[in-house]
Design a protein around this ligand. Structure first.
Ligand SMILES: [Fe+2]
Length: 292
């Protein structure tokens, strides 16, 4: 939907505000059997992901969590997974502190905080991460709190305040991540693109963004610098659309690549924090209800 048309935007905004949920408890779906979701469970996950871009869920103890999560994701449409560097079976990565020197250079595999970002913000624009899932096998002893906000709601809030801000953030040159080279080989090409954009494949409004300051270049214009300052102010603020939650064991998140962060944590040495993460090139299946 081209949001530069004012009528389209107003319709989209009103639909979004009509369905938005700001109570985290209302976003948790209890799953009885991960291998066969009931229609009600599947509908609720899809409904939440359609209007809020995320759903939380919890499951009973399982013998094989990789298999159980793969099955849940599959049933809600998360199929086209990203087989990236540290992804293992079925595209799921074990997010835990790593002793491996190379792996621990990547912040997810440490106990450090991670600032606001969308996943795969460094990917080429034609290769966007459109959804990801996180599942908590073991939480940290303390910390490891996630905050998140639907990027579409960020767009809406910024645009309601000042349409020029979202226009600046939609500049096709707004954010660049230089190429990643190892021993002279290009592991990842330079990625230049907008912060807000309409994804061609899904026709949905998406966002690629990170608050990391290292290796990120923003277009050198005062409009973009001001827009990023306002975006960062909004992310750091507290609105009814910001969520904060620490996943317990056997709880998970499925989302259409929402903006999120993580606080630093301290591990229980007997049982270090372990999350399973999947990244997908497609979105959660669209919710189609006859009654909505
Ligand atoms: Fe992430």
């Amino acid at each position: 939907m081209p949001l530069n048309n004012l009528d389209n935007y107003k319709y989209w905004r009103d639909e979004k505000l009509k369905h938005v949920i700001s109570c985290v408890e209302s976003c948790i779906v209890e799953i009885i059997n991960p291998y066969k979701l009931t229609t009600a469970e599947k509908d609720k996950i899809q409904h939440l992901c359609c209007y809020n871009n995320f759903a939380l869920f919890e499951i009973k103890p399982q013998d094989d969590y990789v298999d159980a999560i793969t099955q849940i994701n599959h049933q809600v449409g998360l199929i086209d997974y990203d087989q990236h560097l540290y992804a293992q079976n079925n595209g799921l990565s074990y997010i835990t502190q790593s002793n491996d020197k190379k792996q621990s250079e990547f912040i997810p595999y440490t106990d450090k905080e991670i600032s606001w970002h969308t996943d795969g913000y460094y990917n080429a624009i034609y290769n966007q991460v459109r959804a990801f899932s996180l599942f908590c096998v073991y939480p940290a002893a303390t910390g490891g709190v996630n905050q998140w906000i639907d990027p579409q709601m960020v767009y809406l809030l910024l645009r309601e305040e000042n349409a020029d801000v979202v226009m600046a953030l939609s500049n096709p040159q707004a954010m660049s991540i230089p190429e990643h080279k190892v021993d002279g080989y290009v592991m990842r090409a330079q990625s230049t693109g907008p912060i807000f954009f309409i994804d061609e494949q899904s026709a949905e409004l998406y966002m690629r963004y990170t608050q990391r300051k290292k290796n990120i270049e923003f277009l050198d214009s005062s409009e973009i610098k001001q827009a990023i300052a306002l975006l960062d102010d909004l992310l750091g603020a507290s609105t009814p659309y910001h969520f904060e939650y620490t996943m317990s064991a056997k709880q998970g998140l499925i989302c259409n690549n929402i903006l999120h962060n993580r606080s630093a944590f301290v591990d229980d040495l007997e049982q270090p924090r372990l999350l399973l993460r999947g990244r997908y090139f497609n979105r959660v299946y669209r919710y189609n209800s006859k009654y909505d």
